[in-house]
Structure formats: structure tokens, C-alpha cells
Design a protein around this ligand. Structure first.
Ligand SMILES: NC(=O)c1ccc[n+]([C@@H]2O[C@H](COP(=O)([O-])OP(=O)(O)OC[C@H]3O[C@@H](n4cnc5c(N)ncnc54)[C@H](O)[C@@H]3O)[C@@H](O)[C@H]2O)c1
Length: 252
């Protein structure tokens, strides 16, 4: 797919990886539908993309809220009359051990802590994937659905919730590739390693040291490196139903 004048929706576009994806795709001439729960970052991304000469519009929505997602994609359909890509990037991390016993005290991951991560990372990707596909079919747009998975999908200590969610979105990409290929829609998952953003700034120094020791290239990834992989997945029409690993060689 040639990205010039194509319409790409990105969730979680207000900061971090999503913001960088928007800027990199704007550089290629893509028009952007930017979605985030937080308006402030969204407007910043929108303005920076517009300065690059493309059409960029903001849609404030919580990806876990069906009504808000349906409304946002209905508005994207009305505004652009086509949709060529969705990047399901909005995600959260709320780490904790399944159970922990220290000095006779027992603690555990709460159901709320588990479900909140599944809600954003999995339900949010499902809802946006479903609504984006409807717009693609309705407007006869050829498109690509990209889920952002993670190296943690293999199972990382302290991440029962996050690892489960990132394995789930990788599996959904395979399902969507099989179901939607007949309509000219591809689906890809991208599994980044540890990349410097506000999300990974939450990781405690000791845990970060342990993670870095597992990365053969010996450093954190950069948001631009993930955005370059997104561009590759969008442009290469022979990629579908696969997980692209961009992690400096890290293995869990
Ligand atoms: N940073 C990393 O090292 C890394 C590694 C692997 C995968 N990822 C994944 O990449 C994606 C982006 O990560 P990041 O590091 O840029 O995170 P981030 O926390 O910097 O940004 C996440 C964005 O998602 C938005 N968001 C959160 N909940 C939302 C909701 N319910 N509805 C709409 N928007 C919502 C936030 O407002 C924010 O703008 C996530 O899915 C994350 O799991 C990140």
C-alpha cells in the first residue's frame, strides 16, 4: 500500500508510541484519525501532523466503551469516507505478582487489576477492530488492521494481566487475517520489546536492569524504530497473519 493520501486510524495517539506512529505516517503523506481518551495529547499530535501538510482529526474516546467507539468510527466514516488502516495501540500496564508472601503477609493481584488491563488491551482492540472493519467494508477500502502485542506475550513475571492481553491480541490478528483476507483486508501484530515511553518509565530501576540484561543490543528501543515497523507492515502487501518482533533480540 502506498501511504500517500490513505486514511489511518491510531488509538492511543496522544503520547508515546502512538504519537510517534502518527508523525511517521504523516511524513509519508497519510491522513490520520487520532483516537485517545485524553484530549490534551491528542490535540498536540493533531497539530504536529497538520503542520506536516496532511489531514489529521482527533476523536476523544475510551476504547473500552462500546458506544464511544461506535460513535468515533461513525464520525471517521463521515469525515473521511474511507479507512485504510487501524493501529490498535492504546494500552495500559498494571503489574503485580499473582500472589506474594512476604514476612507472613499474603497479597495478590486483584480481579480489578487483572480485568482493567484486559479491558483496555483486548476489549478495546476488539471493539476498534470490529468498527474499523465495518467502515472498511462499507466504503470498499482495502486496509490493514494492526494490533500492538509485546515481547511479554510469551509470559513475563509480574504480568499475568498484561502478558495474557498481549498474547490475546496477537492471536486476534491471525483470526482477522484469515477472516478478512477475502475482502482485501490484512491483519498484522507487532510485538515490541522494551521501548522508552511513559509506560516503561513506570518500571522500577531493579526490574529495568533485569530487563536490559536480557536485550542482546543492550539498550531500550526507540519509538521511531517501532513506527518504522508499522510503516513496513502497512506498505508490504504480502504480510498478513503474522507477528513482527521488534525487540533488540530480547527473549522472555
Ligand atoms: N513502551 C513499550 O516498551 C512497549 C512495549 C511493548 C508494547 N507496548 C504497547 O504499545 C502501546 C503503546 O505504549 P506506550 O508505551 O506508548 O504507552 P503510553 O502509556 O505512553 O501511551 C498509551 C496511550 O494510550 C492511551 N489510552 C490508555 N487507555 C486508553 C483508553 N481506555 N482509551 C483510549 N486511549 C487510551 C493513553 O491516554 C496514552 O495516550 C501499548 O499497547 C503498549 O502495551 C509498549
Amino acid at each position: 500500500m502506498d501511504l500517500a493520501n490513505k486514511v489511518i486510524a491510531i488509538t492511543g495517539a496522544g503520547q508515546g508510541l502512538g504519537q510517534q506512529m502518527a508523525l511517521s505516517l504523516a511524513k509519508c503523506g497519510a491522513n490520520l484519525a487520532l483516537i485517545d481518551i485524553e484530549l490534551e495529547g491528542l490535540i498536540q499530535t493533531e497539530q504536529q501532523c497538520q503542520k506536516m501538510g496532511v489531514i489529521a482529526k482527533s476523536y476523544q474516546a475510551n476504547v473500552t466503551n462500546e458506544e464511544q467507539v461506535v460513535r468515533a468510527f461513525g464520525q471517521i466514516d463521515a469525515d473521511f469516507k474511507c479507512l485504510n488502516g487501524l493501529i490498535n495501540n492504546a494500552g495500559i500496564m498494571r503489574d503485580g505478582l499473582l500472589v506474594k508472601q512476604k514476612e507472613g503477609k499474603l497479597s495478590a493481584m486483584s480481579l480489578e487489576q487483572f480485568q482493567s488491563v484486559l479491558e483496555v488491551n483486548v476489549t478495546g482492540s476488539f471493539l476498534c477492530g470490529r468498527e474499523a472493519s465495518k467502515v472498511m467494508l462499507k466504503t470498499d477500502s482495502k486496509g490493514v488492521l494492526i494490533n500492538i502485542s509485546s515481547v511479554a506475550r510469551a509470559g513475563n513475571i509480574g504480568q499475568s494481566n498484561y502478558s495474557a492481553s498481549k498474547a490475546a491480541v496477537a492471536a486476534m490478528s491471525v483470526v482477522w487475517a484469515k477472516e478478512l483476507g477475502r475482502y482485501g483486508i490484512r491483519s498484522v501484530a507487532i510485538a515490541p520489546g522494551v521501548v522508552k515511553t511513559a509506560m516503561t518509565d513506570q518500571i522500577k530501576p531493579l526490574a529495568m536492569e533485569r530487563l536490559l540484561s536480557m536485550v542482546p543490543v543492550g539498550r531500550l528501543g526507540q519509538a521511531e524504530e517501532i513506527a518504522a515497523t508499522i510503516q513496513f507492515a502497512l506498505e508490504n502487501d504480502f504480510i498478513t497473519g503474522r507477528v513482527l518482533e521488534i525487540d533488540g533480540g530480547m527473549r522472555m
